[in-house]
Design a protein around this ligand. Structure first.
Ligand SMILES: *Cc1c(COP(=O)(O)O)cnc(C)c1O
Length: 407
């Protein structure tokens, strides 16, 4: 079916409301979290209303239904990422937990003194801090690939910094601040030459349907359901079955063990190995429904629409004058982090909010990047496929008015 944004908006109940005393909501905070289509909300409600039971444990009908839906959601997640068949999907709490599993479980059992972890200047705290802990515990060293003035990754610096010492390259597919889409295939190709593993933080690329694992050739991919129009508290870590099975458990408890005795406990293979205790069953089922929803969209039409949104957003921001956009890479998602020198980003967001426009301000969980850019924070408008060109025009007019008053 042809991509019709007005029709698509009707699928998202939250988008049609008014806020701040009758202002039409303009939701431009999608990089923080996305709104949910009715089918996702209903899938979660139906699970609790009809099928609620614990999974993998009982023979009764409700448990069988719950287990089937949960395991189907896992298959959908693999299909969503077009993961080759040697890959396995572990359900997690979100991208943060997925990245922590990579750094803690894989990192602490594969890194040693003299080894290097290669990160980039544009990483989210969730792809920095777990590696700092892994480095402290193992004696490995973190090296950081620089960015160019346009916000793209400095691939020459990457080539300079990668070596035989590099054991893993962990990088965002798309930056939550700059919007930059990194060339993961190129990164993987070089990393493979040095025998380094590649871990992708797909939290910001997955919502734009950019992750095709058959092409990215990475070892780990982490994402959050809630940024992909699914529920909070759920995400996936996808990796090769053989890699996951070689990694030590990250948390321990029910469902992840093979046999337990006082003398010796053995663990099940992945995914169960990394899913200790009762997981977020409803969350996984809701995520499966989000993937079904996304699969029903005209993806070429969606890409054209998002491209038009991105162009219009940049254009209208630059028209205002005096605005600096951080991140102008050629390959970029529909997102703009910006500042107006002399005006505090918080004041901008308060004025926008009064008009019903939701944006985010601050360091966006990327303090090292803010330091590199020499700023404390930005305002950020981050768009999804359900946003419209008219919303951007209204946003730009409101912003211009706000800046005239504040500057
Ligand atoms: C949001 C985000 C994360 C963390 O995701 P959670 O859903 O908070 O776990 C990690 N990396 C990037 C780039 C993000 O935007």
């Amino acid at each position: 079916m042809k991509f019709d944004v007005q029709k698509i908006r009707e699928d998202f109940p939250a988008l049609s409301q008014t806020v701040r005393g009758g202002k039409k909501l303009v939701y431009f905070d999608n990089a923080a979290t996305s709104q949910k289509p009715r089918s996702v909300i209903e899938a979660i409600g139906n699970f609790y209303a009809c099928d609620n039971a614990n999974i993998h444990r009982s023979a009764h009908e409700l448990s069988a239904r719950a287990t089937e839906q949960y395991e189907n959601a896992r298959k959908k997640a693999l299909k969503f990422l077009n993961a080759p068949k040697e890959y396995c999907a572990v359900f997690t709490r979100g991208a943060t937990e997925s990245l922590n599993i990579v750094a803690q479980s894989w990192g602490q059992s594969n890194l040693a003194e003299g080894d290097e972890i290669l990160l980039t200047e544009m990483e989210h705290h969730a792809n920095i801090v777990p590696w700092q802990i892994a480095a402290q515990k193992t004696g490995a060293k973190i090296r950081i690939v620089k960015i160019l003035p346009d916000g793209s990754l400095d691939m020459d610096d990457f080539e300079r910094k990668i070596s035989e010492k590099t054991k893993i390259v962990s990088v965002a597919h798309a930056s939550n601040v700059l919007g930059t889409v990194n060339d993961i295939s190129a990164i993987s190709k070089t990393a493979k030459k040095f025998g380094a593993k590649v871990s992708i933080d797909a939290a910001q690329s997955a919502p734009h349907m950019l992750d095709d694992m058959s092409k990215l050739d990475c070892d780990f991919i982490s994402l959050s359901a809630h940024k992909c129009f699914g529920p909070t508290g759920c995400g996936v870590l996808v990796s090769k079955q053989s890699i996951l099975d070689s990694m030590p458990p990250y948390q321990c408890g029910g469902d992840m063990i093979e046999n337990v005795s006082w003398e010796r406990t053995t663990f099940r293979p992945a995914p169960e190995r990394f899913e200790a205790g009762t997981p977020n069953i409803a969350g996984a089922i809701g995520f499966g429904a989000a993937i079904d929803y996304l699969s029903s969209l005209d993806i070429d039409g969606l890409r054209r629409h998002e491209h038009a949104l991105r162009e219009r957003l940049t254009e209208r921001l630059l028209e205002i004058g005096g605005i600096k956009i951080f991140g102008n890479a050629k390959d970029k998602v529909a997102l703009a982090s910006f500042c107006r020198p002399g005006v505090h980003p918080n004041d901008i967001s308060v004025m926008l909010d009064a008009a019903g426009i939701a944006v985010r301000t601050g360091h966006h969980c990327a303090e090292p990047l803010m330091n590199s850019l020499g700023i404390e924070g930005t305002a950020r408008a981050s768009l999804a496929f359900y946003n419209t060109l008219d919303e951007i025009d209204f946003f730009a007019e409101t912003l211009k008015h706000a800046i005239d008053l504040l500057a």
